[in-house]
Design a protein around this ligand. Structure first.
Ligand code: NAI
Ligand code: OAA
Length: 310
């Protein structure tokens, strides 16, 4: 299977590295607009193959979309990341034009591709991609919930002092500092609710840390994070390419599910070879439903900014 990643920067290159290293796809094309940049990243990665022992072919290109032809999955990470003190939403002015142009270019060469949208503000960029391309909703997947859930499990594992792989949990809603909804009520440690081991105050802190997880790293790093984002994209791509049917919270177009329509926002989805194969309706309690409605309102307001580009 061939996977294209547009944007060979921090997130795109890390995602390519994880996909190659874990043998998730047989071929990866990295495309960037910076002259020689994607070629350099691809060559550097390929020089790991003899020592780490992977067999994926990684190719880089500057702007040449013909090299991306017949990709099964295309990941869009092109655009600008935020700087400390910024919100993801502030990136819309630059990133909307880039994402729209990239999605259109991609489809000229890979008309059947499933598109994974990563660039921020991600929910709005996923909505833009769907509206601009007219693709069926199963083929446009916004990646944010996989990362936010991974961070949620990390903070739970730290609070519990237990390994992250024994912890289950999910973050739904928008991929924003104030719109994420870590579902603490449903999180579990090896099958038992985490509320058996952590106080309400401790769980509130885990949720708050999760919501600003990206902002905290941006402050520490001077630009936004890439290891966990890249790994989370690879996790999602693995489920598509290898038809794993994993349940992953993704930003998808809702048509009545969770009481919302005409919006891309994070909800649990079954991800397989057809992209979004099912939206899973988990029953939220009244408080969670209220948070979800508020989150959707904020994402919908952001989508208004697309009026000039659509
Ligand atoms: N959805 C999520 O969970 C996450 C989203 N992000 C977002 O992903 C995006 C990328 O972040 P980083 O990789 O850290 O940024 P980066 O600056 O390291 O890389 C972005 C790359 O995109 C390239 N680019 C810009 N315009 C392009 C175009 N028209 N065609 C092809 N390539 C183009 C740049 O040359 C650069 O190499 C940002 O918008 C960031 O906010 C980052 C982390 C997580
Ligand atoms: O924080 C950011 O701007 C990048 C991102 O979406 C994340 O790491 O969650």
């Amino acid at each position: 299977m061939k996977v294209t990643i547009v944007g060979a920067g921090n997130v795109g290159a890390t995602c390519a590295d994880v996909i190659a290293y874990r043998g998730i796809a047989s071929e990866i094309v990295l495309l960037d607009i910076k002259e020689g940049f994607a070629e350099g990243k691809a060559m550097d990665m390929m020089q790991c193959a003899p020592t780490t022992g992977f067999n994926t072919r990684v190719v880089g290109t500057t702007k040449d979309y013909s090299k991306t032809a017949n990709s099964s999955v295309v990941v869009i990470t092109s655009g600008v990341p935020r700087k400390p003190g910024m919100t993801r939403e502030e990136l819309i002015g630059i990133n909307a034009g880039i994402v729209k142009e990239v999605a259109e270019n991609i489809l000229q060469h890979s008309p059947d591709a499933i598109i994974v949208v990563v660039s921020n503000p991600m929910d709005t960029m996923a909505y833009l991609t769907l509206k601009a391309t007219g693709l069926p909703k199963n083929r446009v997947i916004g990646m944010g919930g996989a990362l936010d859930s991974s961070r949620f499990k990390y903070f739970l594992s730290q609070a519990l002092d237990k390994p992250a792989w024994d912890i289950h949990g999910m973050v739904i809603g928008g991929h924003g500092d104030t719109t994420m909804i870590p579902l603490t009520r449903l999180a579990s440690y090896s099958g038992s609710p985490v509320s058996q081991f952590l106080s309400a105050e401790e769980l509130d802190k885990v949720a708050a840390d999760t919501m600003v997880g990206g902002a905290t790293l941006t402050k520490l790093l001077g630009t936004s994070a890439w290891y966990a984002p890249g790994a989370s994209v690879a996790y999602l791509v693995d489920s598509i390419v290898n038809d794993q049917k994993k349940m992953i919270p993704c930003s998808v177009m809702l048509e009545g599910e969770y009481g919302q329509s005409d919006i891309c926002i994070g909800v649990p989805c079954i991800i397989g070879k057809n992209g979004i194969e099912e939206i899973v309706d988990i029953s939220l309690n009244e408080e969670e439903k209220e948070k979800f409605a508020k989150s959707a309102e904020a994402v919908r307001n952001m989508n208004e900014a697309l009026k000039e580009i659509l």
